[in-house]
Design a protein around this ligand. Structure first.
Ligand SMILES: [Zn+2]
Length: 143
């Protein structure tokens, strides 16, 4: 999560909301990829931290299945990212702050653990939640 927080801080340089993500290898020892929110920087509405990290991890592994991998992200994933997480077959999602307004991993929806889906990654929430949330509140306060 510390690495994801570092990544989140990079988003601010491009004028983006500070959200960062990393994908860890199945044995948990290697960071396969990282990403931060680049929506403003790239003008791409899908350029959320999780999407970019998942794409890069798949490129690093040379296949779309991220079975056994863990995605760590500073903010609870939205519906788009929750969908991408399920599609990528990531096995574990660790997130920091909850997103009560748009979260799709327990707050507003729980797309990731929806019992109707075949693949339901494990979800661990609240890791360094205060720091993850503070980064966001500081960003919006400074605007
Ligand atoms: Zn998202």
């Amino acid at each position: 999560m510390r690495l994801a927080l570092d990544e989140a801080e990079r988003a601010v340089l491009g004028g983006d909301v500070p959200v960062g993500a990393v994908v860890l290898s199945p044995d948990g020892t290697t960071v396969l990829a990282a990403g931060h929110n680049e929506r403003e920087a790239t003008g791409d509405p899908t350029a959320h931290a999780e999407i970019l990290a998942i794409r890069r991890a798949a490129a690093a592994l040379g296949e779309w299945r991220l079975s056994g991998c863990t995605l760590v992200v500073t903010l609870e994933p939205c519906t788009m990212c929750a969908g991408a997480i399920v599609q990528s077959r990531v096995d574990r999602v660790v997130y920091g702050a909850r997103d009560e307004k748009a979260g799709a991993a327990g707050s507003l929806w729980d797309v990731i653990r929806d019992r109707r889906l075949n693949h339901r990654p494990e979800v661990v929430e609240g890791v360094l939640a205060t720091e993850c949330a503070r980064l966001l509140t500081d960003f919006f306060r400074g605007r």
